[in-house]
Design a protein around this ligand. Sequence first.
Ligand SMILES: C[S@@+](CC[C@H](N)C(=O)[O-])C[C@H]1O[C@@H](n2cnc3c(N)ncnc32)[C@H](O)[C@@H]1O
Length: 310
Amino acid sequence: MKFEHVSVLLNEAIKGLNIKEDGTYVDGTLGGAGHSKEIVKRLTTGRLIGVDQDINAIKKAKEELKDYKEKVTIVHNNFRNIKDVLNEVGIDKVDGVLLDLGVSSHQLDVAERGFSYKHDAPLDMRMDTTQSLKAWNIVNEYDEEQLYRIIKEYGEEKWASRIAKFIIEERKINQINTTGELVEVIKKAIPKGARKGGSHPAKRTFQAIRIEVNKELDILEDTIKDICDVLNPNGRVCIITFHSLEDRIVKRTFKELNKDCICPPDLPVCQCNKKRELKIITRKPIIPSEEEIEKNPRSRSAKLRVGEKV
Ligand SMILES: C[S@@+](CC[C@H](N)C(=O)[O-])C[C@H]1O[C@@H](n2cnc3c(N)ncnc32)[C@H](O)[C@@H]1O
C-alpha cells in the first residue's frame, strides 16, 4: 500500500521552528517525512536527525529524504530516548525539535496494524512492532477496573463503565481477537439512542487503547523536559497534538518550564533554585485554517504549541 500522509500545520510548524540554515534539528516523529523535507530544504550546512519508532515510517522517510542524505541521520527509536539518540550520533545541543504526535494516516490505513475501527484486523495498535504489548493484551488481559480507567481517562468515554463490563462479559464466552469483534462489543455496550449521529461509537475506546499500548501520554512530560535540556539558547520546540489530553500535558509542561522559583509564597528565601528555561511563543495554540481542515479533515483537532529555550 502507498504511504499516504498529509502533513498537518506544515507552514506553521516550519515557521515555529525558526530554522537557521546551519542549525541542527530533530524531527521526533518522522512519519512520511513531510515536515522533515521542509526542514532539510532550508538547511545548507545544518543537519537533521529524524526519529520514528515505526520501522515502516523509517523506510518511507529514507526514501523521501534520499536526495538530502548528507544532511540527514535517520534513527529507529522512541523520541522518549532523545538524549541517548543525540549522544549516539555525537550531538550535544540542537536548535529545534518537532513532535507531530499520534498516528500517521498510513498507520490508520493499513488494516493489519489494527489501529482502525473501520477495518477488521487482529487487535494490534503497536507503533513499534518490536514491543510485546498489543491491543489484544489490553482487551483480553486487563481487569474491569483497568479497562474502565483507560477508556474513561484516555478515551474520555461517557460509557466507559458499560464498555469495560461488556468486554469482561464477552471474554467469559470468547476471546476478543479482532478490531471487528471489539467494535461489536462496544456497539452492544452503548445504548442505541446514544449512538445516533456524532462520531463512530468505537472511536473513543480505540483512541484509549492505542494510547495505552503506545504509552503515548506517560512519556510526554519527561520528553518535553529532556527536549528543553538539549536545546541551545533560542532553540525552539514545536509540538502538534491531536486531542485535549495531549495538549493539556504540553500546555502544563511549557508553563512549568516557563516559571522561575516554584517555592510556596510564604517561604522567605527560594529553596528550589528553579530557573525559567522556556519562553512560551504561542500563548494560545495555533490551529489549522478552515482551508486546511477542508482539504485534510484529519487536521481538525490539531493544535501547535511553540516554546523557545531562554
Ligand atoms: C502524525 S505522524 C507524523 C507525520 C510527519 N510529521 C509527516 O509530516 O509526514 C506521527 C509519527 O510519529 C511516530 N511516533 C509516535 N509516537 C512516537 C514516539 N514516542 N517515538 C517515535 N515515534 C513516534 C508514529 O510512528 C508516526 O509515524
